[in-house]
Ligand binder design. Structure first.
Ligand SMILES: Cc1cc2nc3c(=O)[nH]c(=O)nc-3n(C[C@H](O)[C@H](O)[C@H](O)COP(=O)(O)OP(=O)(O)OC[C@H]3O[C@@H](n4cnc5c(N)ncnc54)[C@H](O)[C@@H]3O)c2cc1C
Length: 303
């Protein structure tokens, strides 16, 4: 309930203005964001690498309102892939299609994303197409399928809270398209999404088992220890090799767990966001954990 209220409030322009202009909020956002520049983000990836953790970089931004802004994001995506290669990191980025113009023109958006896939293809990289709210699911999957037909260097994300996800996963696994499984971070109506934590977690575990058994190199994206234990037991029981999948977590969350999984011989990748457009990403992270909100309110009031 609190999560839903926060996600709803996050859309209100007055709150957005208050949070975006607050030095306290900007300071707190740094827990989840690697910095405002590509250079800062690369340095974070290098630190992760020295801990045995790989990274995917996300240049923050979503729902752009002009194709010029979409082109800027596309060019930054290309720069990011090359910068990772130059730093001897695996070139791996995560993108949101609304950052590349999906609200304005599906074909322009697809051309922008295709340039990133083509670049990744040329340098042995990978482009993960994140999943946004359910109004974009169908359009996102359509573009992923077109892109995958041309370049094998892309994959997508499926959200366990969506009731449609079991059939999406079955189809994507059959097509060979790599999937990252997450719980889902947007405000969704009960007609399309499970609401209770138990239902979402149950769906997550069922879908993770399907992915691990049938899909190509799935990514298990969660910080939920109960689910991670379940997955570890499942892969042990089914003799699934530790290099046949990877865990993924968000920058700034559960570093202890990331390190522990690496020490246990699992592959771990961290999602590292950077850039100036931090508000929507930050608000989703706040909504995931009530303690984060209390912390922010205390700091805003103190400032
Ligand atoms: C690599 C990665 C990529 C993702 N990509 C997408 C995407 O494309 N689309 C999408 O809708 N969602 C995406 N998400 C977000 C995801 O849907 C969840 O909202 C988020 O991961 C929190 O869920 P959880 O699985 O960690 O479980 P939860 O039950 O929310 O949390 C489990 C535990 O993790 C810790 N934790 C979780 N979130 C936080 C936080 N914000 N601050 C502090 N501690 C926290 C707490 O200890 C908590 O008890 C992604 C998540 C990851 C890890």
């Amino acid at each position: 309930m609190l999560r839903r209220t926060l996600l709803y409030m996050a859309r209100q322009p007055a709150l957005r203005h208050w949070v975006e202009t607050s030095p306290a909020a900007r300071g707190l956002s740094q827990r989840f964001i690697a910095g405002s520049t590509l250079e800062a983000a690369i340095n974070v990836c290098l630190r992760l690498k020295s801990d045995g953790v790989t990274a995917t970089l996300d240049y923050l931004g979503e729902n752009v309102t002009s194709l010029e802004a979409a082109a800027v994001s596309r060019d930054m995506g290309v720069r990011t892939l090359f910068a990772m290669q130059a730093a001897h990191l695996e070139p791996n980025i995560s993108i949101k299609l609304t950052q590349f113009g999906l609200d304005l023109s599906a074909s322009a958006c697809e051309r922008n994303a295709a340039l990133l896939c083509e670049t990744a293809d040329a340098i042995g990289g990978f482009v993960r197409i994140d999943m946004e709210s359910s109004e974009y699911t169908e359009r996102t999957l359509a573009i992923v399928r077109h892109l995958y037909g041309r370049y094998k260097t892309c994959g997508t994300v499926i959200q366990a809270y969506l009731k449609r996800s079991a059939s999406d996963i079955a189809a994507l696994a059959a097509e060979g398209i790599r999937v990252r499984l997450c719980k889902g971070a947007y405000l969704e109506p009960p007609t399309v999404a499970f609401e209770s934590k138990d239902d979402v977690d149950g769906s997550y575990m069922d879908l993770a088992e399907i992915l691990l058994r049938t899909a190509r190199y799935p990514a298990i994206a969660t910080h939920d220890e109960r689910i991670i234990q379940h997955v570890n037991k499942f892969v042990g029981d089914q003799n699934i090799a530790a290099d046949g999948f990877e865990f993924q977590m968000l920058y700034g969350i559960r570093r202890d767990l990331q390190k522990r999984l690496v020490a246990e011989g699992f592959r771990v990748r961290v999602y590292v966001p950077f850039g100036e457009a931090w508000y929507p990403y930050f608000m989703r992270r706040l909504a995931e954990r009530p303690a984060n909100v209390l912390f922010l309110i205390r700091n805003l009031l103190r400032a």
